[in-house]
Design a protein around this ligand. Sequence first.
Ligand code: NAD
Length: 492
Amino acid sequence: MSIPKLVSINPATKKTIGSVQVNPVNQLQPVFERAQKATVAWSNMRLTQRSQTLRLVRKKLVAHMNELSELIASETGKTNWEGFLEVFTTVEHLRHISRHGPEYLRTECRSSGIFLHKKCYVNYVPHGVVGIISPWNYPLILTATPVVEALMAGNTVVLKPSELTPLTGKRMGELFHEAGVPEDALQVVHGFGDVGAAIVDSTHTDMVCFTGSVEVGRKIALACAEKLKPVILELGGKDPMIVLEDANLERAAGAAVWGGFSNCGQTCISAERIYVVESIADKFIGLVKTKTKELSVGPDKTNSDVGALVSEQQQEMVMAHIKEAVSGGADILSGGEDLSAVGGYFIKPAVLEVYDESSNIMTRETFGPEICIMRVKDAEEAIKKTNASSYGLSASVFTKDKKRGQKIAKKIQAGSVCVNDVMTNYITADLPFGGMGISGIGRVHGPEGLRSFCQIQAVLVNRFGLKREPWWYPISKRTKKLFKTITKIIYG
Ligand code: NAD
């Protein structure tokens, strides 16, 4: 029987750019076994040796940065510049992980409390084999960073890239191997959801890191719960932006347009809901409209500002959200037209003024080139509306009063908040990243992210060779009395 192929199509031209062989589910067992065997040698390497190998991976990616940028752009429909930005963000994360990994994963001394005759510390121990399943919207960074975190922590990896972007995943794997990561320590397999599900279900995978939709995330959470397998879930968002009356409107409007339309709006932390205080709303909306109209859209990967959506299905979904919002009373202030006539899955960046909070475009992830603006009375109303969503990935607040912005950040239910900025938190490699609510469980990036790829082992060592502890059998009356007295003195 011939093995099926995954064909990769450029969404900007609808032309085939290549294919990879699917790894049939019934042929995955040897992959898992090799990954498990490889854990011994890889986890026994010193932290500094692993970080040195990952440094070489970073250099390899930089040496191939133009090739990678173009491949990413071709597979996803984004512009070459956006492909480059993805490579840039990836190597910044790699630099951080290889530089700080040994420090974050080093054995950590802990207080032994009142037991002065004991030494206590914590070891960060690898899980074993980590299954990593990734989406298509950032096919390099969302595969490379969890892979590097898992490897740095001493795990081996079985990676499944999205079925829409297999070529980037394949090329990434090759470059990692060329840089010195053993073939069995990182294995890339290809296929649809059934291959992902097999990775989650395998008795050989000890942990799962999934980035993708809430719907699939739920299924993976259930499968992992059944097996009590640790899991990180990096899921969707419906990110709010709050623009207050004292905001720098030029900056806020620029952030809204970049936060809403870069990567064709297909970023989990895209600004999708904008709450703007009534008193400055007209001016803000005017600036957003002007900036949006200046954007060029189309298949010219070198000169366009906004590229294509990834697929026909994605384009239909975004158009459906826009149409439904308009029929429900929303106003289109700019764009929103289907530009398929130019050859690929294009939509003209859309700015909508929305009045109905319950519409799909305000409650469900749209994941396309659209931003929805809603006027609010004041900051309190903006915070209330922000927190009314069941998503909680990230958010942004614009105000010239930075203290006020930081106070508001604390009130927002989101895994990350930017004050007077948007999405840059993701590029900042030392900040942990992950969601609240249905946006996910667990963290990647920063020390918290790296340690998520470890099991935490607590060790207690007895310092002296005493024959026994006073609370071991037999326990004398004198000891019992002494303990009660000590308890009163110390804790009373
Ligand atoms: P998706 O959930 O459809 O697919 C993601 C991956 O899961 C793919 O590789 C797919 O083959 C695999 N998969 C599908 N069914 C599976 C199953 N039953 N078991 C295991 N694996 C399975 O998501 P997508 O459309 O590729 O990506 C878009 C989504 O990802 C959006 O919701 C977006 O917000 C989210 N996302 C989140 C983050 C984050 O960091 N929080 C980052 C990027 C994208």
